[in-house]
Design a protein around this ligand. Structure first.
Ligand SMILES: Cc1cc2nc3c(=O)[nH]c(=O)nc-3n(C[C@H](O)[C@H](O)[C@H](O)COP(=O)(O)O)c2cc1C
Length: 187
């Protein structure tokens, strides 16, 4: 596999999302380091709150588009905000929709065995670190192979320069190391 394809997205829809910023940077670094990243803004694919009755009426168009994207990629990189020490409703809802069987595709098949990198950003001092094990647990249940260690970014509101790069060199190196581990796992 010359250039492993990575689907990169954040568990936040808002325009000013710090996690989207972090995810976009990770996508850029994956490209530089030998991967082929696709940044996906979940704001472009609004999905209803999962409900089996909605599903029974037909899988929503945006879920189908996200399923296609996931199927085309060899791995994922997720930037997770932390809400009350936990995963965001958007991320949980998106992963629940993607976990469902559809047509001839069994449940979880789109995830099965794919490597997953995990990052989190928060304006607070802990950088979303409390949400990371929760997301890891969920990704494991989805049969993704979570590549350790995850990376948290504290003080994220001031962490990026005008070009979107990380100001802190040690953090920039940490992100590159995570991206390289993910690329290696996909290969
Ligand atoms: C409901 C809610 C709960 C939050 N809980 C936490 C928390 O537990 N820890 C934390 O560091 N930040 C918490 N925050 C602040 C978020 O980290 C902050 O809003 C962050 O910018 C959200 O991610 P985003 O910028 O990618 O949208 C919370 C925010 C909301 C709206």
């Amino acid at each position: 596999m010359a250039q492993p394809k990575v689907m990169v997205f954040a568990g936040s829809a808002r325009v000013g999302s710090l996690n989207k910023r972090f995810a976009k940077l990770a996508a850029e670094r994956l490209d530089v380091l030998g991967g082929a990243a696709t940044f996906v803004d979940l704001n472009d694919y609004p999905c209803p709150l999962f409900d089996e009755e909605i599903e029974a009426q037909g899988t929503p168009e945006n879920v189908l588009k996200l399923r296609e994207l996931l199927a085309e990629h060899d791995g994922v990189l997720i930037a997770s905000p932390e809400y009350n020490g936990f995963i965001t409703p958007l991320l949980k809802n998106t992963l629940d929709w993607l976990s469902r069987p559809h047509g001839d595709t069994p449940g979880l098949a789109l995830f099965a065995g794919k490597p997953a990198g995990l990052i989190a950003a928060s304006p607070g001092g802990l950088g979303g670190i409390r949400a990371l094990p929760v997301v890891q647990h969920l990704l494991h249940n989805l049969n993704l192979v979570v590549i350790p260690p995850a990376m948290s970014l504290p003080g994220a509101a001031d962490a990026f320069d005008d070009n979107g790069a990380l100001k802190d060199e040690a953090k920039a190196q940490q992100l590159d190391a995570l991206c390289l581990r993910l690329i290696k796992a996909m290969r």
